[in-house]
Design a protein around this ligand. Structure first.
Ligand code: 4NP
Length: 171
């Protein structure tokens, strides 16, 4: 299991999720992870955000198919608005998770400090893979993304609960 990097600021843990357009994969992961963080009682000190390496959709809501998939599973997709990645995101977040290898390369790759990873490095079933881009495919692709995102987000929350305890470490 990939280790969680330490918090930069005691009492606060910031997680950024990155894909290409920020209208399909990272927003789905954002909504699911934030929901599980909230359920775990960690929302007071764990913040989740998402962005895309491309800026085509900045300000747009989630893709309709991504939103419908989340709604059918009981999540609220309505608050999302797309944002574009900027290098400062690497300094402002404790953990930065890219959805695929291309997104990872676009933000500079894994760092020696261990803050930048593939999202699915935390996948408890099949770690280290990509979250495939569903944008040009059918509804089944969005369901597949949801399945991957739910189990991986649950593992991230379990890791947050185990430690490093948010706020305990620095660096
Ligand atoms: P995402 O999917 O990276 O999962 O948000 C995409 C959304 C939009 C585009 C590509 C991928 N696009 O080319 O506009």
């Amino acid at each position: 299991m990939t280790a969680l990097p330490a918090a930069r600021t005691p009492g606060s843990y910031r997680i950024a999720l990155v894909c290409l357009g920020n209208i399909c994969r990272s927003p789905m992961a954002h909504v699911v992870l934030a929901s599980l963080v909230d359920e775990a009682g960690l929302s007071g000190h764990v913040a989740v955000d998402s962005c895309g390496t491309g800026g085509w959709h900045v300000g747009d809501p989630m893709d309709d198919r991504a939103a419908a998939t989340l709604t059918a599973a009981g999540y609220d997709p309505t608050l999302h608005r797309a944002q574009k990645f900027a290098p400062r995101w690497l300094d402002e977040h404790d953990l930065v998770l890219a959805m695929d290898e291309s997104n990872l390369a676009d933000i500079g790759g894994r760092t020696s400090g261990g803050r930048v990873h593939l999202f699915r490095d935390f996948d408890p079933v099949d770690p280290g893979g990509e979250v495939p881009d569903p944008y040009y495919g059918g509804d089944a692709g969005f369901q597949e993304v949801l399945t991957m995102v739910e189990r991986t987000s649950a593992a991230i929350v379990a890791a947050l609960q185990r430690g490093p305890a948010p706020g305990r470490a620095t660096g």
